[in-house]
Design a protein around this ligand. Structure first.
Ligand code: ADP
Ligand code: MG
Length: 498
């Protein structure tokens, strides 16, 4: 095994309300590919961003080639030989491939940028990496996978000693992944240290030497890839103690009718042949890792994105949902993951927000029926226990949990019987979380609603769902009844590629 080139010790990093990293240790060796694994939100990207100076750490030390280092920005890290290929693409669409690769370090001829020289150098780089891309092509004309390959080529073009790949394969085709792995193998041969973040088990087995696992912002441990099984890794990823009571059996009555049926739905790369049923009074959990296609699936059901094929049945009748308006008319509400952008209008009052989705009903002639509007808003503020001094409060002044309740009220006012909750408690503190859970239980038990809940939090999935649909890369990989389900079982399905 190669000598240690990089050691991170006791790294802490907090964002407002989130402890993203909690005394994390990591050791990277020369000439190895180290897998960094963990569920969504485990802290992998944050750790790498702390390393490369994108984020400032709150505590801890980084030792690189025997000396303690702190980088204030990615350029400093790069100059020292540490480069990162990000999960998100960072290319300039209007520039050429070569211009992107040499951005900030352009070749010059006197005062002028020497495009010919840059094209020549980029062509040499691609030839070395055996990548077939024209350096003169405009970046935006390339597929996402090709753009990602340019990003990788750019990282390699620096004289790097440590290269970090943050979930690079999500955007790549199988052929491109093969290409990437050949490149990684040759980098390893040149004694470079490579950190490879991915949740695809088959890739971990194919390309990595060791696996370090993180969970909930903490370092769990490291295994030698050859000596461990997929289950060993999964156990480390999910081995947390569940403090809150998980549901032990479905609360849905055995004869409950199917209210929503989705049949062979296709919508782009992220929704491939997805079928499922939702029963009356059920909370159906959608579990999966990043890029599983859960939001995309439910957005297509809701009419927010176009469908290619597939049928949707409401109470047994086939319906045609082309737009969100069609969905709302059919009684389907969507509480989006990004409340601030889609769910509520922060600059309006609770009353205005509550009746937003169904203004028609409250418009008398050309005047809004203020009395009716206020009455119904009051009813839901009370029913949902929204904490506010009054119904004329601006939504921006409410806490995250209470904003969420205003969104729920909006759909209830609109008589929606099917509610899609997309990451309902993201960015909400523990106390408010509890209230959202109680609210969801109340909606299914007392109001006869049915709920689809997309969640990346394992504890939330286990605690709330009657049944669980698991997706991976645009496909449904399993469906589990809550009785007898385990975190390991869910994670196996979530990392199963076919
Ligand atoms: N810029 C940020 N502001 C606030 N919270 C953040 C930020 N970046 C990450 N987080 C939070 O830190 C935690 C770890 O996130 P991340 O490092 O992206 O996880 P991973 O890459 O393992 O999926 C998550 O709870 C995430 O919501
Ligand atoms: Mg990440």
């Amino acid at each position: 095994m190669g000598e240690v080139i990089l050691t991170m010790k006791g790294i802490d990093k907090s964002f407002p309300g989130v402890r993203a990293l909690d005394k994390v240790d990591l050791e990277v060796r020369k000439g190895e590919v180290l897998a960094l694994m963990g569920e969504n939100g485990a802290g992998k990207s944050t750790l790498m961003k702390v390393l490369t100076g994108i984020y400032t750490r709150d505590a801890g030390t980084i030792t690189y080639e025997g000396r303690e280092v702190t980088y204030n920005n990615p350029r400093e890290a790069q100059a020292d030989g540490i480069v990162i290929v990000h999960q998100e693409l960072n290319m300039m669409g209007h520039l050429t491939v070569a211009q992107n690769i040499f951005i900030g370090r352009e070749f010059r001829k006197g005062p002028f940028i020497d495009d010919a020289k840059m094209n020549e150098e980029a062509a040499k780089l691609f030839a070395r990496l055996n990548i077939d891309i024209d350096p003169k092509e405009t970046m935006s004309k390339l597929t996402v996978g090709m753009q990602q390959m340019c990003e990788i080529a750019k990282a390699i073009s620096h004289e790097a000693k440590v290269i970090i790949f943050d979930e690079p394969s999500a955007a790549l085709t199988d052929a491109e992944i093969d290409r990437l792995f050949e490149i990684i193998r040759s980098l390893r041969k040149q004694q470079m240290a490579i950190v490879y973040i991915s949740h695809r088990m088959d890739e971990i087995k194919r390309i990595t030497d060791r696996v370090s696992v993180m969970r909930d912002g903490a370092y769990v441990g490291t295994l030698i890839t050859e000596e461990c099984t997929k289950d060993d890794i999964i156990n480390m990823m999910v081995g947390r103690v569940i403090y809150e009571d998980p549901k032990t059996e479905s609360q849905v009555s055995p004869g409950a009718p199917v209210v929503l049926k989705v049949d062979h739905l296709n919508a782009g790369r992220m929704v491939r042949d997805v079928s499922f049923e939702l029963k009356k009074g059920e909370i159906l959990g959608f579990a999966g890792l990043m890029g599983a296609g859960r939001t995309e699936t439910l957005r297509a059901v809701f009419g927010a994105d176009p469908k290619e094929s597939g049928d949707i049945y409401l109470n047994g009748n086939k319906i045609n949902i082309k737009t969100p308006q069609d969905a709302v008319k059919a009684g389907i509400g969507y509480l989006s993951e990004d409340r601030k952008r889609y769910g509520v209008v922060l600059q309006k009052t609770i009353t205005e927000n509550s009746t937003l989705a169904c203004l028609d009903e409250y418009v008398k002639g050309i005047f809004i029926d203020g009395k009716k509007e206020r009455k119904i808003t009051k009813k839901y503020v009370e029913a949902l226990k929204t904490k506010t001094p009054g119904i004329d409060q601006l939504v921006m002044n409410l806490s995250g949990g209470n904003q969420q309740k205003v969104v729920v009220a909006k759909w209830l006012v609109n008589n929606c019987d099917i509610l899609i909750f997309d990451e309902p408690t993201r960015g909400i503190d523990v106390g408010a979380k509890q209230e959202i859970y109680e609210l969801m239980n109340k909606l299914v038990k007392e109001e006869g609603k049915s709920i689809i809940m997309i969640s990346s939090e394992m504890t939330e999935i286990l605690r709330m769902s009657d049944r669980i649909v698991v997706m991976c890369e645009g496909r449904k990989t399993g469906e589990l009844d809550i009785a007898g389900v385990t975190q390991e079982k869910i994670m196996q399905l979530a990392t199963m590629r076919d």
